[in-house]
Every structure is written in C-alpha cells, then in structure tokens.
Design a protein around this ligand. Structure first.
Ligand code: FAD
Ligand code: UDP
Length: 438
C-alpha cells in the first residue's frame, strides 16, 4: 500500500489551504479529515430550512490587508464587496460601534465636531504608563465611563473574566474614532465569498490528489491509514493528551431564529454590552446580500465548556501554550497550524497567511516545480474606497483600484439559491480613513 504524503487533521482554513498547496504545487497525495460532518471548519455556511444562507458557527466576515491572501482565495471564489457595520445598544439606544463622533454625540446629546470630540475623549481618558491589559487599552483612550458602557460588560460575558485580566490585544481589535466612519473594519479588502464559504472550500479542495473524510476523528483512523507526515489543526493541548493541563478556550451557544419579515434589525450586528446573556445578534442577509422574504438571525451566548472557539489571550495561558509549543516543535513529522493548533486568536486571513507560510517551510527544498509565491506581508493602513454592495469584484479589480467603475458595467451574478445583491444594506456612507486603533 502506498502511503499518503500527508494526513491533514481539520478541514478548516488552515488544513484546507495546506492541502491545496501541497496537492497542486508539490503533487503530494493528501488525506484531509474532519471530525465534523462537513468541510470549512468554523467558516461553514449552509442554507437553513427556509433557504436562507447562514453561518453555523457565528458570523464570519472576511477582511484583510494582505493582497497575497486575497489573491490566493480569489482563485476559488468571486466576491461580494461588503463593509461590515455594528451598532451597540447602550443606555437604551442604538449607537455606532466602534465608538466614533456620532456615538458620542448621540449618547451625550451633543453636537461636537471631530476636533471637539477628540478633546472630549482626551478629557475623559485616564493616562496609563503601561498598556498591558484590555482595560488599560480602553480606559487610557476613552476613560472609565465609556469603558463601562461599551467594553466591560461585553468582555466579561464573552471571556468570563474581567478586561483587566485579558491581554491588551483583545480590546485593541476595536478602534476608537473621532470621525464619522462607522465601518467595523478598515482593511483594504473587505468582501464575502459570493456563493458562501462552503462553496469556496469545495473549490479549494477540488483536486484529484486530495481525498476528504468527514465524520472522522483522526484517532479513529490513525492506525488504519498509511501516511508520511501529519498536519494537525485541532487543539494543540488535546493532541498531547493535556499532559501539561488544559489550555482554556471560550465556547459559544448559538441560537438561530427565522422571522417572517424581510428585515429584522437596523444593522448587520447589534452588540449588547450590558443587557441580556447574549453578546450580539447577527442578521445574515446583510452579510450575504441574499434577498428573501424571511430573515434568519443568530444570538451568541458565551460559555466556558463546549467546542473550543476562542483561545483566551492571558499571560498565564501564553506561558502554558509555550510548553506545548516546545513539545510540538520537538515532535517530528507533525506540523501544527491554525487557531487551535497554535493557540492564536487569529482571524481567517491570518490563518490563511500562516498556512501559506507553513506550506513554504514544509515545501522548502522539494524538487517539484512550484510557483514562486511572495512572502506574506500585511500592508498597513487604508487604501481602498468603498464599493457598493450590489457589485461583484475580482482580485484584479481591487488591485487596479478601479473596482467601482469597472464593475458598474458588469452584470450581477445570481446563483440558483437566489443570491443576488445586498441593496437593502444602504451602505452609502462617506469614508474617513483616519482610523485610530486603540
Ligand atoms: P477551524 O476552522 O476551527 O478548523 C479546525 C478543524 O479541525 C475543525 O473543523 C475541527 O472539527 C477539526 N478537528 C479538531 N480536532 C479534530 C480531530 N481530533 N479529528 C478530526 N478533526 C478535528 N474570522 C474572521 O476573519 N472574521 C470573522 O468575522 C470571524 N468571526 C468569527 C466568529 C466566531 C463565532 C468564531 C468562533 C470565529 C470567528 N472568526 C472570524 C475566526 C475564524 O473562525 C478562524 O480564524 C478560522 O476559521 C480558523 O480556521 P482553522 O482552520 O484554524 O480552525
Ligand atoms: N468588545 C467589547 N464590546 C464590543 C465589541 C467588542 O467589549 O461592543 C471587546 C470584547 O472583549 C471582544 C473584543 O473586544 O471580545 C474583540 O471584539 P471583536 O468584535 O473583534 O470580537 P470577535 O468578532 O472576534 O468575537
């Protein structure tokens, strides 16, 4: 029996990108398995009983500053340009989140301009010599009152601990703005796979060198299948039978509802920092652009036990992970990747970038011909202007900076499920690229 070159555990972004690279560039024979009954990992989406495209593991919005990552994925999907927006329910009203000029004016009944709001926030801010925790990040920027209104309760719900016990990197994901930009992200590339994530994964894995097994825990087959090396994208502590103890992960319960109306809420996501046991409610049609007379939403209820979704960025967890990392580095013929395999609070694009980098490392010195991929770099800052949500963009359109003009001439792409455009989103807001990250 000829062995597979690689057994890849986990068919999420990390495992699937590595499978694709090794199969197509190095002619390796790959078996990719997942213990779930589907590919795509946490990005899995599907049409619910009402025919509405939903994300099984919570809202997944693609955004990146990496041209390489965007170009790479563009081989497997067309895109629907989408700029994400979030509102928070605070003091009984909905206000833009991240905190911006309009948030402050609405919350306090003021009419400040950008300069005045800058001074206003500076007057509230509590200077901190060292920014170590997620509390330091916010309080040093906007002061204690806004921290308590927007961050403290949400973070305690989401992470099961106080922001003062979490690394600064967690709340630093959310910027503060003094302009009126109400987008959640300002990355150069912001778009959703036109026909969904699962379809994109089907295309990534569609190669004769790649065999797929779902409903399969790797421990069930490891003694029955011949392979040369493993790529493991499950939880790293589980791989080593928790020999140093459990790495903490946060989990979520998802509660899905379908409503007999076209639109349920006034924004794609509404955050509930202080009210309710759930953190946020997402209405999927905003994300996917699907037109349907009904609408599906999801509530997220954080919890400690259950499927591991979020590594918990705290100093002691970082130290524990280091011990597992040393073990992983010393384990021959096994490579660890992904959010769980490397215990990193990574977004999808970061996992793709990590997988492309690992591929280059694994493949280094291989005699087969392969394309000369550039190193992954995240281009800093904001570049692109907003593209209407009704259009379909390719990677080249983004690159040329002419996405808008060119796409205006192109017909909309419609799939058999009726996925067309997101005109109900009303994304006509002006952009202000002066983002101030926390
Ligand atoms: P996963 O997608 O978790 O894949 C790992 C796979 O390994 C899983 O399918 C699992 O079943 C399988 N596996 C584990 N153990 C075994 C085993 N023993 N045997 C076989 N298979 C096994 N990122 C963004 O960029 N934008 C977003 O908006 C966004 N929203 C998110 C919302 C939520 C609620 C969550 C939880 C995450 C979100 N993310 C988002 C992050 C995104 O989900 C991850 O970055 C990405 O999916 C990680 O890919 P991965 O391959 O590392 O892991
Ligand atoms: N956060 C918060 N209030 C909000 C939004 C975010 O306190 O309204 C904090 C919270 O700790 C959250 C973190 O900022 O976990 C990062 O937010 P993000 O939206 O990036 O979280 P994710 O989408 O990864 O769940």
């Amino acid at each position: 029996m000829k062995p597979f070159d690689y057994l890849i555990v986990g068919a999420g972004f990390a495992g699937s990108v590595l499978a694709e690279r090794l199969a197509t560039q190095d002619n390796k024979k790959v078996l990719i398995i997942d213990k779930r009954n589907h590919i795509a990992g946490n990005a899995f989406d599907f049409y619910d009983d009402n025919g509405i495209l939903i994300h099984k593991y919570g809202p997944h919005i693609f955004h990146t500053n990496s041209a390489e990552v965007f170009d790479y994925l563009s081989q497997f999907t067309s895109w629907r340009p989408y700029q994400h927006r979030v509102q928070a329910q605070v003091d009984g009203q909905l206000v833009p989140m991240p905190i911006n000029l309009d948030t402050i004016n609405k919350l306090y009944g003021l009419n400040l301009n950008a300069l005045e709001v800058n001074d206003f926030l500076a007057s509230l801010a509590e200077p901190r010599e060292h920014i170590r925790t997620s509390e330091d990040v916010v309080v040093s920027k906007v002061g204690r009152e806004l921290y308590e209104k927007f961050f403290r309760g949400y973070t305690r719900k989401q992470w099961g601990c106080d922001p003062s016990e979490l690394d600064a990197s967690v709340t630093a994901r959310v910027p503060t703005r003094t302009n009126r930009d109400d987008r959640y992200f300002t990355d150069t590339y912001q778009a959703m796979p036109l026909q969904g994530y699962t379809r994109m994964f089907e295309n990534i894995l569609n190669h004769p060198n790649i065999k797929i097994m779902v409903n399969t825990d790797y421990r069930e087959i490891i003694n029955y299948v011949a392979f040369k090396e493993i790529i493991y994208t499950g939880p790293v502590d589980e791989y080593f039978d928790y020999c140093y103890g459990k790495l903490p992960y946060r989990s979520l319960d998802f509660k899905f509802e379908t409503h007999d109306k076209a639109v349920y809420q006034p924004a794609p996501v509404i955050n509930y920092p202080n009210d309710n046991a759930y953190t946020r409610v997402t209405e999927f049609k905003y994300l996917t652009g699907q037109e349907h007379r009904k609408t599906s939403i999801v509530y997220e209820f954080p919890k400690a036990e259950g499927d591991p979704y979020y590594p918990v960025p705290r100093p002691e967890n970082g130290l524990l992970y280091k011990k597992y990392k040393a073990l992983a580095d010393a384990t021959e013929k096994v490579y660890f990747a992904g959010r769980l395999g490397t215990y990193k609070y990574y977004n999808m694009d970061q996992v793709v970038a990590q997988a492309l980098t690992l591929y280059r490392k694994i493949s280094h010195g291989s005699s087969s011909t392969k394309e000369n991929l550039p190193l992954v770099t995240f281009s800093p800052g904001f570049k692109k202007t907003e593209v209407p949500t009704t259009l379909v963009a390719t990677s080249a359109d983004y690159q040329s900076g002419k996405a808008f003009d060119k796409l205006m001439e192109e017909p909309l792409q419609v799939n058999k499920h009726g996925l067309t455009n997101g005109s109900h989103n009303g994304n006509g807001h002006p952009q202000h690229p002066t983002d101030t990250a926390n």
